[in-house]
Design a protein around this ligand. Structure first.
Ligand code: FAD
Length: 232
């Protein structure tokens, strides 16, 4: 079938998250932050769901998306897949993209909402863009944090990138930031927040509260880009 592609690599990112890689076709052009529709056979039916590419267009050899497993039917089928198994991958879609349009951006992710941020950060780093990037990643526990090594490596290469985590259910050993992302945290960590375009991505309830908070902080609508992981 058209666009059916074999998995070339699977990377376990955390206890419930894996990245799937596929060979990048010559005509597969996409922007950092875009998503694809992935179709699987689930109990004899074709089921399709959107996944943001966690790879960057600057990576020529492969494309990658990252799935958080939920224990539901589609999720279980994907979780059981091995290298060589095939998925139907659509063309790229979406407007939640960044290719250097703004001088300063603030990226706010909740859970698996980190996937477009990784694509954007990798792109800016590989392309040596001068964009000043602050990334705040919100998760529940230490075990839920993904892409730590990748972000640390990017920060070493890119002096304009600063990423940090905050946890809502941190253990006693956690020495980083705790609690939900709030106005006080943003004012402290990103003092020039009013000069930035905000990119917010996460599950719908988190998105709603973040956008409401940014509006209370007098961030204009046109300075807030959103991608809600609907269905999650
Ligand atoms: C633009 C876009 C980009 C996305 N990018 C990503 C991505 O990069 N990575 C990613 O993992 N996901 C992403 N998603 C979400 C993804 O498309 C799926 O919706 C998600 O992975 C859940 O699919 P699922 O089949 O595992 O779970 P589903 O079965 O669809 O479950 C979805 C939610 O409903 C709840 N639910 C469903 N059925 C039940 C039930 N019977 N009882 C109780 N609760 C239930 C689940 O707990 C879960 O929270 C994206 C969504 C959009 C719109």
């Amino acid at each position: 079938m058209k666009n059916k592609q074999p998995i070339i690599d699977i990377i376990q990112r955390s206890h419930d998250t894996k990245s799937f890689r596929f060979t990048r076709k010559d005509d597969f052009d996409y922007k950092p932050g875009q998503y694809v529709i992935v179709t699987l056979d689930v109990d004899g039916k074709s089921v399709s769901k959107p996944f943001t590419l966690s790879s960057s267009p600057s990576e020529k050899e492969h494309i990658e998306f990252t799935k958080k497993f939920t224990g539901h039917d589609y999720s279980n089928v994907m979780d059981a897949m091995v290298i060589g198994d095939e998925m139907i991958i659509s063309k790229p879609y979406g407007q939640f993209t960044f290719e250097g349009e703004y001088d300063k951006i603030a990226l706010i992710s909740g859970g698996i909402g980190i996937t477009p941020m990784i694509s954007i950060c990798k792109y800016c780093t590989d392309m040596q863009l001068s964009t000043d990037i602050k990334l705040i990643c919100s998760n529940k526990t230490e075990d839920d944090i993904i892409f730590t090594d990748e972000l640390e490596e990017m920060m070493q290469q890119n002096p304009n990138l600063y990423a940090f985590d905050t946890l809502t259910r941190a253990s006693d050993e956690w020495t980083g930031c705790s609690g939900r992302i709030c106005d006080t945290l943003i004012q402290k960590e990103i003092p020039d927040y009013a000069e930035r375009v905000f990119y917010v991505c996460g599950p719908p309830p988190m998105m709603d509260s973040m956008v409401e908070m940014l509006k209370i902080m007098n961030i204009a609508d046109e300075m807030i880009k959103q991608e809600s992981l609907l269905g999650y």
